[in-house]
Design a protein around this ligand. Structure first.
Ligand SMILES: [Zn+2]
Length: 97
């Protein structure tokens, strides 16, 4: 079941109704006055959510079908990645990789 929103033409009352996906009628009877309430479209979580949270949700949804893949190695940096042991006499006796 999917929740759809309807706004009454007469008194402007907004109400929600649940129908199976894709089967919502264009208008239903208003729950307050009995008049015709037409279907309205709204974007859920757009107006009330924070911008960074919405971006994170968007990235998570995008990663389901279109994930960001690494296609090349990162550029080599100038410094060595292997740490060097300090020149302490006690540490020189330790095994080295
Ligand atoms: Zn009404």
């Amino acid at each position: 079941m999917t929740t759809y929103e309807y706004r009454c033409d007469g008194d402007g009352a907004l109400q929600e109704a649940e129908f199976p996906l894709g089967s919502a009628p264009q208008a239903i009877a208003c729950g307050r006055c009995g008049g015709e309430a037409r279907r309205v479209f709204s974007a859920p979580m757009v107006g009330s959510s924070r911008r960074d949270l919405a971006a994170m949700i968007g990235r998570a949804e995008k990663s389901r079908t279109d994930p960001d893949l690494a296609t090349s190695l990162p550029p080599a940096s100038g410094r060595r990645r292997t740490p060097t042991a300090p020149l302490t006499p006690a540490l020189k006796r330790l095994p080295r990789p």
